[in-house]
Design a protein around this ligand. Structure first.
Ligand code: 0WE
Length: 267
């Protein structure tokens, strides 16, 4: 890493020539979209991997809005054969991989209501499979494509570290995801592949829609966070960009809180 590369951030297109693969764009309010836009604006070429036929058109439109060179591909991250096909297809077109975003989570709705104690084996399995194991499955397939090193980025939430009522099995799955980030960072460090997570404060996305009292949660954060407001999508984009840039070259295995300071509070 030379000095020019480190000090280039903020000017020019610091991700020019980089190839990115983004999992988790569903619509324009997705955190994945905010980070994809930031990477794109910094010069990266992107591929958006979308979850299913239902959101295909939407994601294709978003990709087109970034310009013709942005690709899309379908991928259900709970299926090994989907991941194999996605990375195969990506590798054929892009030839290299520098940046990967994991912004994917799922638990059955009934597991995000009521008591954690009542979590079924199947809900537990599914939450961990989709929300945590998929990062490991992606990392293993990304490694051979990241010949010049790279940056893997995952999204987490405070419910991984402390009890957030009703977050339930997702909190346990995010705790697993954060541990996966550390173990992957250890394994992939010698290949100059960094692995980090952003722990975002609550954002009104598709994933948050229908979660009861989400509006109240946003207000609670606004009142208690040191910055007295909620994090904005654009700021998550900027944090995601930072973790992709040479300026963060010494940061790996970390969970960076982008939550207006909420996490530091004891009361
Ligand atoms: O990680 C999340 C939510 C992820 C999520 C959302 C859903 C809704 C629809 C995972 N699975 C599902 N399954 C569905 O059927 N967040 C950080 C947002 C979130 O979700 C909560 C929160 C917060 C914050 C649920 C309860 C309490 C707080």
């Amino acid at each position: 890493m030379n000095e020019t590369a480190i000090h280039d951030s903020g000017r020019g297109r610091p991700l020019e020539g980089k190839q990115g693969l983004v999992f988790g764009v569903a619509n324009k309010r997705s955190i994945a979209w905010a980070i994809a836009k930031a990477w794109h604006d910094a010069g990266a070429r992107l591929t958006l991997a979308y979850q299913g036929e239902r959101i295909r058109e939407n994601v294709e439109e978003l990709a087109a809005s970034l310009g013709g060179e942005t690709r899309t591909l379908p991928c259900d991250v709970s299926r090994d054969e989907h991941l194999d096909a996605a990375f195969q297809q990506f590798g054929e077109k892009a030839r290299r991989l520098d940046l990967l975003l994991h912004s994917v989570a799922f638990a059955p709705r009934e597991a995000l209501e009521g008591r954690f104690t009542d979590t079924s084996r199947e809900a537990f399995r599914m939450a961990h499979d989709v929300s945590a194991y998929s990062l490991v499955a992606m990392a293993r397939r990304a490694e051979p494509l990241m010949a010049d090193g790279g940056s893997l980025l995952a999204m987490s939430y405070y419910g991984a570290a402390k009890v957030v009522p009703h977050y339930n099995v997702m909190g346990v799955a995010k705790a697993s995801l954060e541990a996966c980030v550390r173990y992957l960072a250890y394994d992939l460090g010698p290949k100059k592949i960094r692995v980090n997570a952003i722990s975002a404060g609550p954002v009104n996305t598709l994933a948050a829609r229908g979660i009861s009292d989400f509006g109240r949660m946003l207000k609670h954060y606004e009142e208690r966070a040191p910055l007295r407001r909620n994090v904005e999508l654009e700021e998550l984009g900027a944090t995601g960009l930072f973790l992709a840039l040479p300026g963060s070259a010494a940061i790996t295995g970390q969970v960076i809180y982008a939550d207006c300071g909420y996490e530091i509070m004891g009361m």
